[in-house]
Design a protein around this ligand. Structure first.
Ligand code: SF4
Ligand code: SF4
Length: 291
């Protein structure tokens, strides 16, 4: 089963929750950081890295001697990565999405495959869990192609264990890309006006995916009850409330895994794990029932 831990905004404690779940998970696990622009799950889990590989995306390379400046490639490219300017075909590699269309249609075969480095993929072990993360190259704008390459390394069947995804925050393309293959989505929020606002956006963005979804309210007790009220109205189960406390804040600031550093919270994460697994099982049973 694949479980995506997501949030409508950064700073809600999404990675803290992912790290604590990884620490208590009772089945074989792959913990993966898909927040490739700012990965930080490794700071909590301290994995021993065993491999690091560069990741690339295919982009066109121009052979100007063959190009007749017909403009077909530029007209085709939806991303304006190619443009005929006077007697030159300009290529903007950073805008290329690697669709390969221009290479296929050039009548002169003036475009050939080249590559652009997207970043790195790192693999290792964090205790008994396998660990995976992507790290986007500084200055690279396109995270989904790197995320797809990280996801291609995930186990494909349940016998190989479960997957916990630390998703990018927000509701933009990378965030949707991270949760779209998940069986269950966990939305981490906090009881503040900003938290509620972004939580609503996340519910709006992810609900159409039709996946089981539950909420984790971090720093519970810090604000008001409007997040809980919204969850009741929208029939989103609250799977865990992590109390706002000095001991949690201190363990976070030391880069510790809360479920280990604050023993009284271990039970909260065990209960959260059980609810996530229960939602996944109920979803499968529902699918079988409807088949
Ligand atoms: S389609 Fe080929 S020949 Fe035409 S402008 Fe593009 S690269 Fe040049
Ligand atoms: S590969 Fe696709 S996105 Fe990239 S320049 Fe060619 S048509 Fe545009």
């Amino acid at each position: 089963m694949i479980y995506a831990i997501a949030s409508g905004k950064g700073g809600t404690g999404k990675t803290t929750v992912t790290a604590s779940l990884a620490a208590v998970w009772d089945r074989p696990l792959t913990a993966v950081d898909l927040d490739v622009e700012e990965p930080n799950l490794h700071l909590f889990l301290n994995p021993e890295m065993t491999a690091e590989e560069p990741a690339y995306m295919e982009i066109p390379v121009l052979d100007a001697a063959r190009c007749t400046l017909c403009g077909e490639c530029a007209a085709f490219c939806q991303f304006k990565a190619l443009s005929v300017m006077g007697a030159t075909l300009l290529l903007f590699p950073e805008m290329c999405h690697g669709c390969g269309g221009c290479l296929a249609l050039c009548p002169e075969k003036a475009l050939t495959p080249g590559r652009r480095e997207l970043g790195h993929i790192l693999q290792g072990r964090a205790g008994s869990a396998r660990f995976l993360m992507g790290r986007l190259r500084v200055g690279e704008a396109m995270s989904p192609p790197l995320m797809r390459q990280v996801k291609a390394l995930l186990p494909r069947n349940d016998e190989a264990g479960d997957v916990l995804i630390d998703s990018p925050p927000g509701v933009s393309c990378p965030a949707v890309n991270a949760v779209m293959d998940a069986d269950v989505i966990v939305l981490v929020t906090e009881p503040t006006p900003f938290g509620l606002h972004d939580f609503k956006l996340a519910v709006e963005a992810f609900r159409p995916l039709g996946k089981p979804m539950g909420a984790v309210i971090n720093r519970a007790g810090m604000g008001d009850e409007r997040v809980q009220q919204f969850c009741r109205e929208e029939e989103i189960p609250v799977w865990a409330e992590i109390p706002f406390s000095r001991s949690v804040a201190e363990s976070y600031s030391r880069g510790e895994v809360v479920a280990r550093a604050v023993p009284e919270l271990r039970g909260v994460f065990l209960a959260l794990m059980a609810r996530m697994q229960g939602a996944a099982t109920a979803s499968i049973q529902g699918e079988v029932h409807h088949a």
